[in-house]
Design a protein around this ligand. Sequence first.
Ligand code: ZN
Length: 700
Amino acid sequence: MKLSSSAASALALALLAAAPAFAQQAMDPTFAEHQKAWTTKPEFSSPLVDHLPASAPGGVPSPRDALGHDIGAPRVLDHYADLLKYYRALAAKSPRVKIVETGKTEEGRPTVVVLISSDANIAGLEANRKNLARLADPRGLSETDAKAIVARTKPMYVALGGLHSAETGPPEMLMELAYRLVTEDSPLIQKIRANVIVGINPATDPDGRDRYTDWYDRNKIDDTDDLNPVPGAPYWGKYIFHDNNRDINYTGLSARNLLSFYLDWHPPVMHDLHESVPFLYTFSGQAPQNPSLDPILFGEMPWIANFEMAKLTGYGMPGVWTHGYVDAWSPGYVGFMSTNHNGLFKMYETFGNGGATTELRHVKPVRGPGESDGGNNQTKRDWFRPSPPYKTVEWSMRNNTNYMETGVLTGLQAVSENPQLIVENFYKKSRNAIESGRKDAPYAFIIPGDQPDMTRAALVVNLLRQQGIEVGRTTADVTLKEGKVPAGSFIVKRDQPYGRLAKILLEKQTFPDNKLRTYDDSAWTMGMMAHVKVTPSADLKALDVATTPVDQDRPQGTIGAPAAPAYAVLDHGSINLATLRYRLKGERVRIAEQGFKAGQTDVPAGSFLVDGKAYETLKAAGVPLGLTAVALTEKPTVASHEAALPRIAVYSTWGSTQNVGWVRYAFDQFETPYDLIFKDEVKKGGLRARYDVIVMPSQV
Ligand SMILES: [Zn+2]
């Protein structure tokens, strides 16, 4: 339809009246029309997201310019390449955008963080990054100097979405948020641009984003039955599924890349965007809280969450709540990389349909099977849920976008109105972490260097290093209250910026209060998990022990002199023995059934016995694996059996792939080949002829 000129000017006037604060800026009428049409009830929108600046030809492109649709369009999900295409188009046209490349996923997709702020802030990014790094490690910084740095430093606020690939809204919403932050001239957006550097991680599991989008387009796009939905994709990323948010050791590459970014840029605030409960839940760090974390954090989290709840409820949006859902006990969520490193964490659950199809949703009164009403009744009013979500509701992708974007803009508002407080708190939490390591025992953790299998110690050390935790190696024997620490031991001193995280990961995990329940409580004590001796030290002298810093520990093995009749590869429990067996594929390897002596060396039962002819192969394979092979003066006579090389299959159902993924990951890491088989293979029969072992990981 063509508008007459008088109708057009009436429309223009109406738009001006609707947006008086930045009336000079032209808005996009098509966007406004779509936004209104795709929002299922007026109260599911807000004045922050019912408009979008118009783009000019050749100027900064709107999402519709680059993707062909406005955000929140029914039945439309974008693949990861299209997300990147949009952000790159934005960066190409605006000095307010800079893209930081952070690495690649398992399947080769690039991972990025898109930084957005004022022209001046983007021009000064490097200086700001250095300031935040200085505040993140304030050792040797006087209070006066710290104050001066705080005064000239902008907080960074990094939003991440799409860690869980079935939660499809956040990666869409973030593109509109980016465009709005770059282009809109409302006082709120101007203030955010001036006072905050916003980071966007477009999809935290890029491989899963594409796999899920394909699945949605093929299988779910016409599904509107929320009581009996078509299941989601059986795999997201290459290995793990929903557990990628319990990946405490950052095995997933996209999460690991984000952690590297974090440790380089030190954003004081991270905001992880999920989807599940209605309509918008904003995390505030309820009990049980990890007692090793800084008390300041537990003031900050509910402060911003309550600000958001007050603002969104004030806009008339129902169903915004906090508190009664997720707690602050586990250190294992990806977004907790911020709180684990003295930052501030925010998390949302926004109501989502598992895709972009508009559906009539029936809100379950309780969250999950077996859960009683104790605050979980999602449609009931409670002190932390003063305006409960509706029992049934027609829900759209645009509703999801409206809630989440309004929420994130409001979180950004809180930070932009208090930028110095956020940066100052970040500094104080970092400073307090170092001080707590000198005040509160244990002051250090010792990983003794004389443990029979140092490959597992290396695993612990390298995971700590990946988290930015400093580890030193002792240069001489020292004696502490707990006993002798031999030279070559590892020591993790607590008077360091990430000393709190070291304590959480290394001390024996003790649930704080048995009257409480927790959202997640997996075992994480690293020494126990890896069968490595880790000794806490209550001796303040531990902080003064001379050490050399460890970057990554790669213990090299040893092998006895060449030309021996045989070699014994000592079995002290290293999993690398599995890798070695497959690297020695062409060789005969036997396993000692009893321990015996080889000169001065005790050879334990379970050790590999390898023929002397295999010396070169054994050396090349075993030394980099950190294994010890001793030369035997004669062929071994100890009882032994062949170390078979079984042909392995891993069985997977189509529906529950989570634990199968972890098993596949472990096999791949340790170079153990296998076939992944499904029920079709089983139905075909003849498995015995093809496989010696079929592994069936738990898949309920
Ligand atoms: Zn999630």
